[in-house]
Write a protein that binds this ligand. Sequence first.
Ligand SMILES: Cc1cc2nc3c(=O)[nH]c(=O)nc-3n(C[C@H](O)[C@H](O)[C@H](O)COP(=O)(O)OP(=O)(O)OC[C@H]3O[C@@H](n4cnc5c(N)ncnc54)[C@H](O)[C@@H]3O)c2cc1C
Ligand code: SF4
Length: 551
Amino acid sequence: MAAELPAREAMEFDVVVVGAGPSGLAAAIKLKQINPDTSVVIVEKGSEVGAHILSGAVIDPIGIDTLLPEWRGEDTPIKTAVTDDRFYWLSEKSGVRLPNFMMPPLLNNRGNFIVSLGSVCRWLATKAEALGVEIYPGFAAAEVLFNEEDGSVAGVATGDMGIGKKGEQKDNFTRGMELRAKYTLFAEGARGSLGKQLITKFDLAKGRDPQKFGIGLKELWQVAPNRHCKGLVQHSFGWPLDGHTGGGSFLYHFDDNLVSVGFVVHLNYTNPYLSPFEEFQRFKTHPLVRDTFAGGKRLAYGARALTEGGYQSVPKLVFPGGALIGCNAGFMNVPRIKGSHTAILSGILAAESVAMALSVGRANDELSDFEAGWRDSAIGKDLWKVRNAKPLWSKFGTFVGIPLGALDMWTNTLGFSFFGTVRHGKPDYATFRPASECTPIAYVKPDGVLTFDRLSSVFLSNTNHEEDQPVHLRLKNPGLQKSSEHDVFAGPSSRYCPAGVYEWVDQEGSPKFVINAQNCVHCKTCDIKDPNQNITWVPPEGGGGPNYPNM
Ligand SMILES: Cc1cc2nc3c(=O)[nH]c(=O)nc-3n(C[C@H](O)[C@H](O)[C@H](O)COP(=O)(O)OP(=O)(O)OC[C@H]3O[C@@H](n4cnc5c(N)ncnc54)[C@H](O)[C@@H]3O)c2cc1C
Ligand code: SF4
């Protein structure tokens, strides 16, 4: 088939960046700051920069301070400083506020800012373009290109457009473009589809712990002015999750009467009947938070996976011709729920390494100083202190694991740990117990005011895909869905997918697996959590997916 396709046009750059998130944009900006003559292009699968960005977000300004030290005097979307920081342990009917003095200092949010990370990326994109970076939104990097002679990475190819459901070329068929480069930086965020291939091809995870993930669901609300406490940051753990399931909530009051509310569930949960979406809806009904939304309006909804493995799970970052940066490398600090600053810092470090290599005429080789340097950098120091929080939580459950994790973060602040480095357990896809050993969870119907169903939620993500295109959620073995996903695990995809993409429907008495691919919000949870690793997420036609205005 491939031989019948017309050849792709190719463009040559010094550096290709895949993904216009904080890490990719920071790398591009830094490259141009160091040498304005470096040619840099960014491809972004969202219809515009920010369209696929979903985050909390309380940001630690260390990244932006390092990249653009003059930003505080400018008109930016970073407007709300944190003024109040609260942490709660919730039971069903009440909550205990943990005194701030008990919290390890690294969890303190004073000096941080509450933002829409999508808006911050749009602003960073204007900075990048002003420096001469070319940004191509609406183009997904679908394939890694390799140099034939030495196997090094030579760039990426964007996906072909205008292919029909059955693989046929439609009238508007357009061949993808080859973007060739001396170095390619993969900044796709958590569970990047090309990053995943590179980790396998170059065995980058060898000797590291398995990467761990969470799913984060978020709504943006416009609340009544008398319910808004600008600058308030509130986190909780405990209810509605049981003591064996990790996760928690965030609630951030920012800008003009906006509140970001969200819920993270660690993807090593074991009960296939659990629905992260329903747990999130349930959380909003807690007496401590429900009044926040009285008289308010839900403006947006979305979901995205986040990496949780931290220090122990960061793969080797480099391979001949490129590097992984940001959450594609797993630089998320889980207890702080922050990864945007490490994403920016990793973009800067990688750019410095690339600039150095280019300045002496190198190309398509390994950026070994980037790999050698990150552990001693601000990123490594940030992740090192919290490295045991997540594995202790997973091993000992919420009620014992969290206090142990807090103790460990305190002692690490003082320079030691009683635990050494705790290893992560199984990969998240292997943690489901068979449905026969688990109890179904009864979730209450949504009221349409405070709590909602999945489809009306997806509507607020403005998700749109060209319908006549091949399904971008690929099944390796369709039969396995019935024999295992359905028969053994009771179809968890219909519950973990936050967008209602997967359904088991009754067809003449037997269950049929349906994939409503056009609803997909690109969170990547199915690629991570399917118990058989039978589902692979690949980029759909460029521009498809959510259109988040300011998430
Ligand atoms: C619910 C939630 C809450 C969070 N809260 C916070 C917080 O409060 N503070 C904080 O600092 N961090 C927070 N984080 C983490 C933070 O959002 C990430 O660490 C950060 O966004 C990572 O940046 P990145 O550039 O690595 O990837 P991303 O921000 O994920 O950006 C990746 C970009 O690459 C694009 N892309 C991916 N694949 C391709 C492809 N093949 N071709 C073209 N483009 C592609 C995507 O569309 C996207 O625009 C949160 C994350 C979640 C999910
Ligand atoms: S299909 Fe997969 S990637 Fe898409 S929204 Fe559902 S779980 Fe997320």
